[in-house]
Ligand binder design. Sequence first.
Ligand SMILES: *Cc1c(COP(=O)(O)O)cnc(C)c1O
Length: 457
Amino acid sequence: MSENKIPYKIYLEENEMPTAWYNLRADMKNKPAPLLNPGTGQPLTAEELAPIFCEELVAQELDDTTHYIEIPEDIRNFYKMYRPSPLVRAYCLEEKLQTPAKIYYKFEGNNTSGSHKLNSAIAQAYYAKKQGLKGVTTETGAGQWGTALSMACSYFGLDCKVYMVKVSYEQKPFRREVMRTYGASVVPSPSETTEVGKKILAEHPGTTGSLGCAISEAVEVATKNPGYRYVLGSVLNQVLLHQSVIGLETKAALDKYDIHPDIIIGCAGGGSNLGGLIAPFMGEKLRGEADYRIIAVEPASCPSFTRGTFAYDFCDTGMICPLAKMYTLGSSFIPSANHAGGLRFHGMSTTLSQLYHDGYMEAVSVEQTSVFEAAEQFARIEGILPAPESSHAIRAAIDEAIRCRETGEEKTIVFGLTGTGYFDLVAYQKYNDGEMSDVIPTDEDIAASIAKLPQIG
Ligand SMILES: *Cc1c(COP(=O)(O)O)cnc(C)c1O
């Protein structure tokens, strides 16, 4: 079998790692819509963003023309400690599924944060340090971003304040201890430590929180404390830019063996791993050089692409953040606490939203019981215990591979395996005990939060 010439793991050499991030927006004809100032309804300027975000990150956020942005040497050296990440040929899964499809996954879980989040955390901490800041604030949902940022901040000697969505703070106490071990302070959100937290608690007593609430709190703390800025682990253009390292490595590894993917699949919370994984491939598609089917996979309990509206909305529940034009369920949408994994954000990256709107990619939503079925199958065959978020992509990849079995098509499928699930064992326990269910919002639930969208233009 000539196939076996392709190794189980395709690694890159250190000198084959990307030296610049790829800015997908530079190749988009329809650029993502600008962030708006909620007060004036006008596009936000660098000056207006400067009190919230680090200067260089603001520049990256607003830059939709520069194709490649050099990765500073300090960041490249940090990347070398845990990258390149392997591109794995899932021979065992293919065999088990009896599919003619060829399945590859890019595994981002080989670092202590257990996910791809470290790729952007180290970049954001680097720019904060370079600017001479004291520290940064952030939110974390499932906990991977907070962990990644804690690691990055301790590396550069920055203070790190993390607002952690209450439901996962309670479900994942060990995540909190990892963050504290790296020197971060961790507060369950919503909390009494901020004005916006107090307001949300008064309106929704007993709420288990959401990413939107935690973002509002972290932004408030950053803007009220001199020497602090806010950093975000997903959604923003700058984060997609940093995560392009995933796609660039994937493409370099595939090119080594002259492999041409047909289908590229990623889970979508705020869109950063998917945006990063697909970046160079989408670039080729936009330039008319190649074609790929690109599939975003989201939870049925928080279905921004498949059931949301493409409109300007707040990125946070407290409605203090800029307005972004994106697929959204409405900033007041709070997904069911029953939903176990991350991927709980009400909106989506503006870049991916525009690409989806323009027909360059597809989206599917999957129910969490079928996601955990796929996770269990994958863990038993490929050995890695996947994060629930990542398992959304596994679900879709398995479904595509089964379709190939039925049609006899030998498609090449690449999916992003964004992380490991060691801190998600409460969710696995629910699944193993047969106590997991699917809570899917009704049309009325979604209509109610969509009705509260801000009126723009
Ligand atoms: C944060 C996270 C995601 C989802 O975030 P995106 O910005 O959509 O990539 C997916 N998988 C893991 C393991 C994560 O930590």
